[in-house]
Design a protein. Structure first.
Length: 152
C-alpha cells in the first residue's frame, strides 16, 4: 500500500510512534516587512536537540513568487551572543524551482558536542538569487546533553 493511500489516522499513529520527539514550535518574523514567503510553522526533530547529534528544522510555508534559487542564512545565538553562522544553498533544502503555493524547507544541522545545554535562538533568513529577502524568522530551541554523557 502506498503511503499516500494510508488512512490519515494510521499516518497519525505512525507519526506518534516513529517521531515521539517531534516538536512544532512557535516562531516570530524578524520584522514587519511583507516578504514573498509566509511561514506557517516550524518543526524541530528530535526535541530537545541533542548536542553532537543531527537535528532537523522543518519550515512549512508558502510563496507568492516563483523562486529559482537562493540562500538560507542561519544564525544561532545563546543568551543573545552569536555562536554559529552558516549559509546553505536554498535548493539543497527544498526542491527547486519553487512555484507559487506551499513549500517545505528541511534544514539539517549538527550542533557541536561541546554546545552547552540551554535555550538557543535560531534566526533564518532566506534570500533569492539576487539577494532580495524572501523571508526572515527566528525561533527558540533547547539543547540537552547526549543521554550517554553523565556528570557526577
Ligand atoms: C511563475 O512562472 C510561471 C511559468 O513561467 C508563470 O506562468 C507565472 O505567471 C509565474 N508566477 C508569478 C507569480 O510570477
Amino acid at each position: 500500500m502506498a503511503i499516500s493511500e494510508a488512512h490519515p489516522l494510521l499516518l497519525l499513529f505512525l507519526s506518534i510512534f516513529l517521531l515521539p520527539t517531534l516538536r512544532a514550535t512557535s516562531f516570530h518574523y524578524c520584522d514587519k516587512k511583507l516578504d514573498p514567503v509566509k511561514v506557517k510553522g516550524v518543526e524541530i526533530s528530535p526535541y530537545p536537540v541533542v548536542s553532537g547529534k543531527a537535528a532537523t528544522f522543518k519550515i512549512l510555508g508558502s510563496t507568492v513568487e516563483n523562486i529559482s534559487g537562493g540562500k538560507v542564512v542561519i544564525k544561532v545565538s545563546l543568551f543573545g551572543i552569536p555562536v554559529h553562522t552558516e549559509t546553505h544553498d536554498l535548493c539543497d533544502e527544498t526542491a527547486c524551482p519553487i512555484s507559487p503555493g506551499s513549500l517545505v524547507l528541511s534544514h539539517s544541522q549538527t550542533l557541536p558536542s561541546f554546545a552547552p545545554p540551554g535555550t538557543y535562538t535560531l534566526k533564518m533568513t532566506i534570500n533569492d538569487k539576487n539577494g532580495g529577502r524572501l523571508t526572515c524568522i527566528s525561533f527558540k530551541f533547547k539543547i540537552t546533553l547526549s543521554s550517554t554523557v553523565f556528570v557526577s
